[in-house]
Design a protein around this ligand. Structure first.
Ligand code: GDP
Length: 440
């Protein structure tokens, strides 16, 4: 995400390369390029102007630092300003003093409301130990109700729906249901239309009035750029929501909506969604987002994500194996499975400093692991534990069993041995986090 903006900003900073220090002349030039990059990214005109004026003021007032080059100094100035735009601190959703907490989800059709409702339920269950119920108040489209039911089933969460096309009733009854079942959270998925219209706004406003939610979240497709900002404004004027959810950031290479919305509507972004799968949801952190836009790589989330997946004890066992050269194909297979469990691989790679840019034109083929797994699965346990016994005959048998060629097995073994060597070099550095930092 945001590749276009990141690379243009990087270019703006690069124009400072070779300059010994920040001066009035190079500030003006760099600021002009930053403004152009923002406008190209579909950032709202007023926002881009205000942003660059502030960057300029900061740069003018800055002492010239000798320890860093002007490009680095400018990156930091732009970073600070971006964090300010995004609102400095992470803003969480409101929780009711007396349960249930009611969360109302609004937005245009296709923005990702239903998917987000299920993602939020999953997130609150896993991260906050909550017991949610979903309310299917998108009563006009049976497909939407079914979609919600299917998603909810996959995360073992109840859904409240009724036959009648009465959204207010669904919402109210879902809240009563939560009370009687002692469920602490109600997430209400509402109907959207293709465009903002009175009927939709009235309905959402009526539901809001009827259930008095603790939190109203506006969901918007970030790929719609300037339109996203306009829709955000219209919804806010009408239903005065508490926070914004930006969806489809995985496809948004420009980043305009992310940067404009907070300034234009003065409501915090609370969550970002980066894929269709239910785990592609993250709370929004201003500093991490700014780091990503500036191509600094989101080391913090990477490490957190990695830590969540990698059990510490297992990791230590693995460390020992690597050190004593006992890392085998069985361990390798487990590692692959853990990596896959982390969600979107392209996402993960994008978080590694430097890798995002290097890989920006390359699609990460998530299916690439399949033949590797097939090969390892076709080996006997003994072969997995002692890969050195893999002679020609064995390799031919494995190729046949896994539908690959002997050459693929030779390649895999070569890569495996190289990886083993590399891991051994890193193993002295301790935890995964340090390993990642070492790659910078
Ligand atoms: P609703 O009409 O607002 O309820 O939207 P849906 O939840 O049905 O989503 C519309 C489409 O967008 C579906 O195909 C979703 O799978 C897809 N979608 C939702 N969120 C994301 C996201 O963050 N990234 C991508 N790539 N697709 C998404």
């Amino acid at each position: 995400m945001f590749e276009d903006l990141s690379s243009k900003l990087e270019k703006a900073f690069q124009s400072l390369k070779g300059e010994a220090k920040i001066s009035d002349v190079n500030i003006a030039e760099t600021v002009r390029e930053i403004r152009r990059a923002l406008l190209d990214a579909d950032v709202n005109y007023e926002v881009a102007k205000e942003f660059t004026n502030k960057v300029k003021d900061r740069a003018m007032g800055e002492d010239v630092l000798t320890a860093v080059n002007p490009g680095q100094q400018f990156t930091k100035i732009v970073y600070d300003e971006m964090v300010t735009i995004f609102g400095q601190e992470r803003e969480d959703i409101e929780v009711a003093h007396t349960p249930p907490t009611v969360i109302l989800i609004a937005g245009l059709q296709g923005s990702g409301k239903t998917t987000f409702s299920a993602k939020l339920a999953k997130y609150l269950k896993e991260e906050n130990n909550r017991n949610p119920i979903l309310a299917a108040a998108d009563v006009y489209r049976p497909a939407a109700i079914n979609q919600l039911k299917t998603l909810a089933e996959s995360i073992s969460t109840p859904v409240y729906s009724i036959e009648q096309k009465d959204a207010v009733r669904v919402a109210k009854e879902a809240v009563s249901m939560a009370k009687s079942l002692a469920l602490d959270t109600v997430i209400i998925d509402t109907a959207g239309r293709m465009h903002v219209d009175e009927k939709m706004m009235n309905e959402v406003a009526e539901i809001k009035e009827a259930v008095q939610p603790n939190e109203t979240l506006f969901v918007v497709d970030s790929m719609t750029g300037q339109d996203a900002v306009n829709t955000a404004k219209e919804f806010n004027e009408r239903i005065n929501y508490d926070g914004v959810v930006l969806t489809k950031l995985d496809g948004d290479t420009r980043g305009g909506a992310a940067l404009s919305i907070k300034t234009v509507v003065e409501k915090p972004i609370k969550f970002v969604s980066t894929g269709e799968k239910l785990d592609a949801l993250s709370p929004f952190y201003p500093d991490r987002m700014a780091q990503r836009i500036l191509g600094m790589g989101d080391v913090v989330s990477l490490v957190e994500k990695a830590q969540k997946e990698f059990d510490q004890e297992e990791a230590e066992k693995l460390q020992k194996k690597i050190k004593s050269d006992k890392f085998d194909l069985e361990d390798f297979r487990q590692q692959l499975q853990q990596i896959k469990g982390m969600g979107n691989i392209s996402d993960l790679v994008g978080m590694i400093p430097g890798a995002g840019k290097a890989l920006q034109d390359k699609e990460i083929d998530e299916d690439a692991f399949k033949p590797i797994e097939a090969i390892i699965n076709s080996m006997t346990p003994e072969e997995r534990r002692n890969p050195e016994i893999l002679n020609g005959t064995r390799r031919r048998r494995i190729a046949q069993g896994s539908g690959t060629k002997v050459r693929d097995i030779n390649d895999l073994m070569k890569q495996f041995n190289q990886m083993k060597k590399m891991m051994k070099q890193f193993s002295g550095m301790g935890k995964m986090g340090k390993m990642m930092k070492g790659m910078k």
